[in-house]
Design a protein around this ligand. Structure first.
Ligand SMILES: [Zn+2]
Length: 271
């Protein structure tokens, strides 16, 4: 009985984490039974080998049928868009519709060679409506989170993802700025700042938030006709002087705070 509970738990856990992980696990159980593997190392090697074949080779091929493709894994001049963490790619959380990839590449080229777009979670490869937890809306290939731009000591731009898989390192409101997170927490939305409380906020060793770099990035995104909404914490919108951009908006207390990353979603309808 315990064995079956463990199988069900692992199936659900791997599915929630990577979408295809649960199916790979079922295949693994079938093959492992036939091969009668005894050692833990051999069992793990079989599962990891199967998972990598599916994740790296087969999933990108099948995702095409669902109108999605993986965002680039490594930097190249034609597509200067890179992941904050290779782990999110291994978990198949970097799939988008081709139009969204085109938006990121176009904006990245506009930003100039010194800055690449660094993406965080996007969507799973298959099925509209399949949730990419813990996100509320990344379920149709048309949403992606990207990292802020920071300034390095030599005044070069830097936009590697910070925090846990690029999330959780916040650019908190200053004492004279509106504190949306405080308001949401007062209203009982306990989840609003949860990640920023888990991820260490080590200010002294981090590079400063680039006001000009992020303003430029957000303006290019907001001015792109294919972009529908951009979620950003209200105090950063005001700090960057972006009040007139209606596309850049507050996402509601039911979500999580957006002063650690930028959320982009496409306008409904095909381009
Ligand atoms: Zn998002």
């Amino acid at each position: 009985m315990l064995k079956y509970i463990r199988h069900v738990f692992l199936f659900l856990f791997l599915t929630v984490l990577s979408q295809i992980g649960g199916l790979v696990y079922i295949l693994y159980i079938i093959i492992e039974k036939r091969l009668k593997l005894q050692s833990f190392l051999r069992k793990m090697s079989l599962f990891i080998g199967l998972y990598l074949i599916f994740s790296l080779l087969l999933t990108p091929l099948f995702a095409k049928q669902f109108g999605r493709k993986p965002l680039p894994l490594i930097y190249n001049k034609q597509s200067p868009v890179i992941p904050a963490s290779v782990l999110s790619c291994l978990l198949n959380r970097h799939y988008v519709v081709p139009e969204l990839e085109a938006i990121l590449i176009d904006v990245s080229h506009k930003m100039g060679e010194e800055i690449q777009i660094v993406y965080l979670d996007a969507n799973f490869p298959f099925w509209d409506g399949f949730p990419l937890l813990p996100h509320k809306s990344h379920d149709d290939g048309e949403k992606v989170d990207i990292a802020f731009i920071y300034q390095s000591k030599s005044h070069q731009y830097l936009n590697d993802g910070k925090g846990f898989l690029g999330y959780g390192k916040i650019e908190a409101p200053l004492s004279d700025e509106y504190d949306q997170a405080h308001y949401c927490e007062q209203k009982g939305y306990w989840q609003y700042s949860i990640l920023s409380k888990i991820v260490r906020q080590n200010k002294s060793s981090t590079y400063p938030f680039s006001l000009s770099g992020n303003r430029k990035l957000l303006k290019y995104l907001a001015n792109d006709d294919r972009v529908g909404k951009i979620f950003l914490e209200p105090h950063l919108k005001v700090r960057m002087g972006l009040d007139s951009y209606d596309k850049i908006r507050f996402h509601g207390c039911g979500a999580v705070r957006h002063d650690d990353h930028i959320h982009i979603q496409m306008k409904p309808g095909k381009f």
